[in-house]
Design a protein. Structure first.
Length: 71
């Protein structure tokens, strides 16, 4: 996305019209959110899960151009 106004995020100021993107790979393999991320462990989704897991799981992307087929 390229915001049309200055964006403030934590201690950062992102000038307007700066292309901003996310990395699905880095989110899905973040070991702080998904311990042992390269292991096939579907049971990691069972029981009390770290709520960040849902926020960091983005196979359909995020935002205005995310997948309309995701539901
Ligand atoms: C497991 C199945 C699917 C996955 C993982 C998936 C994933 C994605 C992703 C990541 C994007 C964003 C692509 C980008 O940013 O360039 C996308 C876009 C899109 N997907 Fe899917 N998709 C799936 C199934 C479907 C289905 C079943 C449909 C339609 C019946 C569909 C229709 C679309 C369309 C039309 C877009 C473009 C949206 C736009 O650009 O505004 N997808 N999909």
């Amino acid at each position: 996305m390229a915001p049309d106004s200055e964006l403030h995020y934590k201690e950062w100021i992102i000038p307007k019209n700066t292309p901003v993107a996310m990395s699905v790979y880095n989110m899905h393999y973040d070991s702080g959110v998904f311990p042992d991320p390269f292991a096939y462990k579907p049971e990691r989704w069972l029981g009390d899960i770290d709520p960040r897991m849902n926020r960091y799981f983005v196979p359909w992307s995020k935002g205005s151009r995310d997948c309309p087929g995701k539901k």
